[in-house]
Design a protein around this ligand. Structure first.
Ligand code: NAD
Ligand code: DAU
Length: 343
């Protein structure tokens, strides 16, 4: 099987490539990545010599480049991880989110139709469902929950999901969609909550918690997500959406406190800052469908996954220190420099 993995130089895409090349001897992977600020070729160095792996630097919005790649490589399956992914950046500059996340997805699906690709899998997010109230733990997102987005990021991801379902119905393109909750693990870009807090704590810098830190996310170890996507492309039904999540809801402040504890840092580093605009309160996935249909269950408990993750960031300082010493510094200044400290 030959798989195109778009966005494979990013966090989840790279973990997916490692997972697949490790698990299957007969799986060929072509990684297509534009190498935006979030993509990092050094992340893929563990597989750069693998004969089943090829890297191509290209933009999924570039129709000509995509068609020529599809024509020469003839993939069996396309898995679209490529996206602009950071909510805060989408609030600041939505344009690139609309371009990559919506138009890029359409270009890939057009290419799949033109070259007869047998499966297009869209990696989506639980954020397309909007949020849930904090005081209703009985409510969870199911695949039938209406789309109701809050940020330009989630709006763009929901648009791509709707387009994918439209391509299934109108053109018969064999699509599937997965909507996963928050991932954590190795190689996550340090703009996201967990790696940002680890890096700042290690550098004894303030830990900027938005609002009161009461917002809830449903955390899943990245390898469990990768295993779910593999199952869906092999055994999942086309035209279907699968939620992925492991019933692991946590308040942001509890995660930050846990990181301080694991790193032996004092909680005085925690700084409450002005909230994210439109900040979603709570995400919580009901994974019943993927469990009953495909037998998927998460394998990594949060207490183990967070320790493995912290250990990885301690052992791979070079990876994230290179990132945070580059253009990330101006991003950080813009995002946090003028932010009001509220407590
Ligand atoms: P990431 O930001 O770490 O990586 C995104 C990758 O896409 C980068 O390598 C970047 O260079 C590449 N890319 C961006 N624009 C591109 C373009 N136009 N053409 C080609 N490549 C491009 O993202 P991530 O956290 O690994 O997320 C991967 C996917 O999973 C995204 O679609 C995201 O919406 C989805 N998702 C993420 C999470 C999460 O918690 N991180 C949860 C659920 C779903
Ligand atoms: O739910 C899946 C989504 O999870 C993915 O689709 C997105 O691509 C991914 O970025 C993530 O979105 P979130 O907005 O939930 O993740 P983030 O790490 O940015 O923030 C997690 C929570 O932590 C959120 O409530 C905001 C808060 N936060 C975040 C940062 C970066 C802080 O309090 N302080 C921070 O500095």
């Amino acid at each position: 099987m030959k798989i195109f993995v778009t966005g494979g130089a990013g966090f989840i895409g790279s973990n997916f490539i490692f997972y697949m090349l490790d698990k299957y001897d007969d799986c060929k992977i072509v990684c297509i990545d534009k190498l935006t600020y979030a993509g990092n070729l050094s992340t893929l160095s563990p597989v750069s010599e693998n004969e089943n792996f090829r890297f191509v630097r290209a933009d999924i919005c570039d129709r000509e480049a995509m068609y020529s790649l599809f024509e020469s490589e003839k993939p069996d399956v396309v898995i679209n991880f490529a996206a602009e992914t950071h909510v805060d950046r989408s609030i600041d500059s939505p344009d690139i989110f609309l371009k990559t996340n919506i138009l890029g997805t359409a270009v890939l699906m057009d290419a799949c139709i033109k070259y007869g690709t047998k499966r297009f899998h869209q990696v989506s997010t639980d954020e397309v469902y909007g949020d849930l109230p904090l005081d209703r733990p009985d409510l969870l997102f199911t695949e039938k929950t209406p789309l109701c987005t809050s940020s330009p990021y989630s709006g763009s991801k929901a648009s791509a999901d709707l387009l994918a379902l439209a391509y299934f119905r109108t053109y018969g393109l064999p699509v599937s969609i997965s909507r996963c909750s928050n991932n954590y693990g190795p190689y996550q870009f340090p703009e996201k909550l967990i790696p940002l807090m680890i890096a700042n704590a290690l550098n004894d810098k303030p830990l900027p918690v938005y609002g009161e830190g009461k917002n809830v996310r449903d955390w899943l170890y990245v390898e469990d997500h990768c295993r779910a996507v593999d199952l869906i492309i092999r055994k999942g039904r086309v035209g279907e959406v699968y939620n992925i999540g492991g019933h692991n809801e946590m308040k942001n402040i509890d995660i930050v406190r846990l990181i301080c504890k694991e790193l032996g840092k004092g909680e005085e580093l925690i700084t409450f800052v002005s909230d994210r605009k439109g900040h979603d309160l709570r995400y919580a996935i009901d994974p019943t469908k993927i469990h009953t249909e495909l037998g998927w269950l998460p394998e990594t408990m949060f207490k183990d996954g967070i320790r493995k993750t912290i250990k990885w960031y301690l052992e791979n300082k070079n990876w994230w220190e290179t990132i945070i010493s580059g253009e990330y510094r101006s991003y950080y200044e813009k995002m946090y420099g003028d932010r009001e400290v509220i407590k």
